[in-house]
Write a protein that binds this ligand. Structure first.
Ligand SMILES: Cc1cc2nc3c(=O)[nH]c(=O)nc-3n(C[C@H](O)[C@H](O)[C@H](O)COP(=O)(O)O)c2cc1C
Length: 185
């Protein structure tokens, strides 16, 4: 394949789209985050890259906790709103119906199929962004999105962020940890 150099930039595609929740001055705030992923299995950890200018950042630093809420594709309008409007300018505390699990400073979004409660274990100052590594304290999944005791991605129908578009996840093409067994040199 002939390649084109893009220069140094944090290019990655596709990305998830989640809503990070935090409490600032006793009030919940929510922001859209695409730079998020799993960081460790044992203990279970996830990582989020948050620009230091974000209002949400204040709450993460204040309480050392945050939530990661996985939306369904049908939630795209609220998701995008939380990514274009700052809590510095508008009150986003009432955008979603919220509930709390074990952590009283990690607001969880009732209408989203998956909610993850996290306690900050590490904050890496990387420059424009802080990388917060949070230990997962609990995961809440909508009963209707479970199949055989495990979360069902098809039922969750998560939002995928690709280029500047929100997309559905594509169709299954093969089995992971299995299809590679057919590799021949
Ligand atoms: C699709 C999408 C993905 C985004 N991903 C991130 C991200 O990973 N990290 C970040 O700091 N900001 C990200 N943003 C920008 C913030 O969500 C946006 O600045 C938001 O208004 C911040 O809200 P706050 O100031 O209330 O915290 C994203 C925005 C959109 C629309």
């Amino acid at each position: 394949m002939e390649k084109v150099s893009l220069g140094p930039r944090p290019y990655m595609t596709p990305m998830p789209t989640v809503i990070v929740g935090a409490t600032i001055g006793g009030k919940p705030n929510f922001m859209t985050v695409a730079w998020a992923g799993v960081a460790c299995m044992n203990p279970p950890m996830v990582a989020i890259a948050i620009n230091k200018m974000r209002y949400t950042e204040k709450g993460i630093l204040e309480n050392k906790s945050f939530s990661v809420n996985i939306p369904a594709a049908k939630n795209a309008v609220e998701v995008d709103y939380c990514g274009i409007v700052s809590g510095n300018k508008a009150d986003k505390s009432k955008v979603f119906k919220t509930f709390y699990g074990k952590l009283k400073t990690a607001p969880l979004i009732d209408d989203f199929p998956v909610n993850i409660e996290c306690e900050v274990r590490h904050t890496l100052d990387l420059g424009s962004h802080n990388l917060h590594v949070g230990e997962v304290i609990d995961v809440h999944v909508a009963k209707e999105c479970m199949t055989g005791g495990v979360p069902d991605t098809k039922k969750i129908d998560p939002l995928v962020f690709s280029g500047s578009d929100y997309c559905h996840i594509g169709k299954v093409i093969s089995k992971a940890f299995s299809v590679g067994k057919g590799f021949k040199k």
